[in-house]
Design a protein around this ligand. Structure first.
Ligand code: CIZ
Ligand code: SF4
Length: 302
């Protein structure tokens, strides 16, 4: 049996569902039941009757799935797959920031640990952050927004609100420089530049469209353009190319790679299903508070 066949047989036996983030390697995306962004995947998983969720992504994403599906077993194929941005703020640091700014509304990006979500009023993704600020926190005099200072800067420009920010950032998106965009634009003058809000403002300023990963997948279909320079983690190009075979996608830089997202392989998915590893545990008290901040976001998204 091939490794793919072994995975599919075990998946059936365990009544498991395999989720892959848009930044995963092609083989992993291709074996998944669903490919998407962190929140979309967690919502899909909660809606299935699977007993086991194999989350091919990074730790905070698997935690988000567990927060939404407490009775399902959630497995992360590589225990070391973390998100440096999510790890840039600790719950103690956030509690200190809150005590320094009493009464401020607290908004967290989905790229945070369950413990951080538990300390917040509201969660957001890069796709709905503007709406969360405009609707969810419209009455807040001050807003603490953690942990991504680039996303905060983008949302601030969109909403006209200023935030109490944390100096977190995504190392992968920070590696994308304006000269990379200019270089690719010179090579491919007919291509539209799509950039993730985790990019620096200098890079965002050169983009034709700023969007989350799911937003990018939608935009390329609607834009009427057929060639794109993609300023985010380059793994997404596999999905973009698969869904739009007639179009051309250029990574903004060969180095726009998240090493954590590349830790998952077919072998590790197989081992995860064989040994039921590595199980994500979120203490129930933390989970309930983290769930509340996600629930408020979902209620505002409807
Ligand atoms: O929420 C996600 O999945 C991330 C990290 C990026 C995005 O834009 O989808
Ligand atoms: Fe974290 Fe950036 Fe990797 Fe996403 S691409 S998991 S934000 S380090």
């Amino acid at each position: 049996m091939s490794i793919r066949e072994k995975i599919l047989a075990l998946k059936h036996k365990r009544n498991a569902v395999i989720l892959a983030h848009n930044y995963q390697i092609p083989e992993v995306q291709d074996i998944a039941d669903y490919v998407g962004d962190s929140l979309g995947l967690s919502i899909r998983a909660a809606g299935t009757d699977a007993d086991v969720i194999v989350f091919c992504g990074v730790h905070f994403m698997a935690e988000t799935a567990k927060i939404l599906s407490p009775r399902k077993m959630v497995l992360l194929p590589d225990r070391a797959a973390g998100c440096p941005m999510a790890d840039m703020i600790s719950a103690d640091q956030l509690r200190t920031l809150k005590s320094e700014n009493p009464g401020a509304g607290v908004l967290c990006y989905v790229n945070t640990t369950a413990e951080i979500k538990a300390e917040c009023d509201l969660c957001c993704t890069s796709a709905n952050a503007v709406r969360m600020v405009q609707e969810g926190l419209k009455d807040a005099r001050d807003i603490i927004f953690v942990p991504d200072r680039h996303l905060a800067d983008y949302v601030s420009a969109q909403t006209g609100r200023s935030f109490i920010v944390w100096p977190g950032y995504c190392p992968t998106h920070a590696m994308i420089l304006p000269e990379h965009v200019r270089h690719q634009k010179a090579l491919y003058p007919g291509a539209a530049v799509i950039a993730h809000p985790e990019c620096t403002s200098a890079v965002r300023g050169l983009a034709d469209r700023i969007a989350s990963t799911e937003g990018m997948c939608r935009y390329v279909k609607e834009s009427g353009v057929r060639e794109f320079i993609v300023a985010t983690e380059r793994g997404i190009i596999h999905r973009l190319q698969k869904e739009n075979p007639g179009m051309t996608f250029h990574p903004v830089s060969a180095h726009a790679v998240c090493p954590n997202m590349k830790l998952t392989s077919l072998e590790k998915i197989l081992w995860a299903l064989e040994d039921m590893q590595h199980e994500i545990i979120v203490p129930e008290e933390v989970r309930q508070r983290a769930y509340a901040s996600i629930r408020r976001m979902l209620d505002l998204s409807e």
